[in-house]
Design a protein around this ligand. Structure first.
Ligand code: GLN
Length: 498
């Protein structure tokens, strides 16, 4: 059962072939069997998950009307608060903190009856592309345990690929949902900015952060998307408009007459040969399904990475000021007579890892008087130019596409000492965040040279998220009939895996 899709699990629950308790226990057993090797989870909430599952079974037995994903287990990225459950953001500084409130995403999950299994590993405060920046050790890619599962949400995607959960939540500031999805052969969607509430999402870069759904199929992802999305008065940037009809789009998967734009600047030299092969094959499949493929140019994307690495650190340097040893987490050097300043300094010195410190320093510098206009100001202008590139491109086509990442999963340790090489991994995902639009990654095959998953990225205009799901479902169906089985059926078995 754990290898099935969430939709299939839901059907089995509805028919009484299994219970949420049994389903939840099966996933807890899989976690116990394989997570020693994968390390997708930072905290498993066995008691809470079983209690939630039992309550759903009771409600079902009582004939209550349940939502489509009721009783299905989910893995939650450890950057979203869940009342009473440890939330670390992959950082030592928050060790031991149990938030006193639920994030809106968690409130919505609970309302939908989705069972939260636990919190997943991530790069500290979502800064990274490999999950190696977690203070609690890296997560391993279930396709090859010596490789990274992507980041920052590597734990969520690895949990899906290792069949530890059929559903997961990620957050995406520059690619942290889509890049892990790409390198683990799973599906991940960054909704339009403002489409899913940020209330209770621990802030990294507030103008870019967005929570979103992750799963193993496009339809499962769509169902989770509708479960968590919607206006929230607690988030000032939440969009007050109806949620895009992503489930209907995923069900129809119709691309006839749709114009798909291939972004010239995100598909050239610098992309691994096997990544380009699988991407080009996918374009042919979409053309065969009735879509029209054109090429478009987004000349300012060249500057997106540089601008992102000014804007995101600037915002993080301000957002992370709240970790001051007074309100949350650990406190270091709190001896009689110690000044508040020295406690704050010592706590931040011990509590933050290298990458977080690097970003705080970069951001503080970029925002300092005298440099503000040259760095932060210029980056904001580039952001506007990128948005205009998208607007012009969407005048010519309905969706835009590119490979999600330039390469397949790299080895753990390979880029850990070279921040710039690590940052370059996000070259194709960052423009979407800069413009606040939606982006999806779905698996489009294995690269011939290394046998590792390749991601196909689909981008749609703001609040037109359903278009990504139409195209994603069409491509998924075409690939499935070509392969005869889902990509993840080819994943090497992990010890203990059923
Ligand atoms: N890898 C990017 C970074 O390090 C994006 C991270 C994210 O989306 N949270 O900032």
């Amino acid at each position: 059962m754990i290898r099935k899709s969430a939709v299939e699990m839901a059907a089995a629950l509805a028919k009484g072939e299994t219970t949420s308790l049994a389903l939840t226990q099966a996933h807890l057993d899989q976690i116990a069997a394989v997570d020693g090797a994968v390390h997708a989870f930072l905290h498993v909430d066995t008691e809470g998950a079983l209690a939630q599952a039992g309550a759903i079974d009771k409600a079902r037995a009582a004939g209550e009307k349940l939502s489509p994903l009721a009783g299905i287990p989910l893995a939650l990225k450890d950057v979203l608060t869940q009342k009473g459950v440890p939330t670390t953001c992959g950082s030592k500084i928050l060790e031991g903190w149990r938030p006193p409130y639920d994030s809106t995403v968690v409130t919505n999950l609970k309302r939908a009856g989705i069972v939260i299994l636990g919190k997943t590993n991530m790069d500290e405060f979502a800064m990274g592309s490999s999950t190696e920046n977690s203070a609690y050790g890296p997560t391993h890619n279930p396709w090859d345990l010596t490789r990274i599962p992507g980041g920052s949400g590597g734990g969520s995607s690895a949990a899906l690929a290792a069949f530890e959960a059929p559903l997961a939540i990620g957050t995406d500031t520059g690619g942290s949902i889509r890049q892990p999805a790409a390198v683990t052969g799973t599906v991940g969607v960054k909704p339009t900015y403002g489409g899913v509430s940020r209330y209770g999402l621990v802030a990294f870069s507030s103008s870019l952060d967005q929570a979103g759904p992750c799963a193993r199929t496009v339809l499962d992802t769509a169902l989770l998307h509708e479960a968590i999305a919607g206006h929230d008065v607690r988030d000032a940037t939440s969009i007050n408009a109806p949620v895009p009809q992503v489930v209907a789009a995923a069900k129809s998967g119709d691309v006839k007459g749709l114009k798909i734009g291939v972004i010239k600047e995100l598909n050239g030299d610098g992309y691994q040969a096997g990544v380009r092969t699988r991407f080009d094959e996918s374009l042919q499949l979409l053309a065969a399904a009735g879509a029209e493929i054109i090429e478009v140019s987004c000349p300012n994307f060249e500057y997106a990475l540089a601008a992102y690495y000014l804007i995101a650190p600037s915002e993080c340097s301000s957002n992370l000021a709240r970790f001051d040893a007074m309100r949350y987490g650990i406190r270091v050097g709190d001896e009689a007579g110690a000044s508040a300043e020295s406690v704050m300094n010592l706590t931040r010195e011990v509590g933050f890892g290298r990458e977080v410190k690097r970003r705080i320093i970069l951001g503080t510098y970029a925002l300092s008087s005298g440099y503000y206009d040259a760095y932060y100001g210029s980056a904001q202008k580039v952001r506007t130019l990128i948005t205009h590139d998208f607007i012009r491109a969407f005048e010519k086509c309905d969706v835009l596409v590119s490979p999600t990442c330039p390469t397949t999963a790299f080895k753990i340790g390979e880029k850990a000492s070279d921040p710039l090489a690590m940052y370059l991994n996000d070259i194709a995902t960052i423009p979407v965040n800069m413009a606040g639009i939606g982006g999806m990654s779905l698996p489009c095959g294995l690269a011939p040279e290394d046998g590792l998953p390749v991601g196909f990225q689909i981008m749609a205009p703001a609040m037109q998220d359903q278009r990504m799901y139409s195209v994603g479902a069409a491509l998924e169906a075409a690939l499935l009939s070509k392969w005869g089985a889902p990509l993840l059926s080819q994943i090497p078995a992990l010890a203990g895996s059923k």
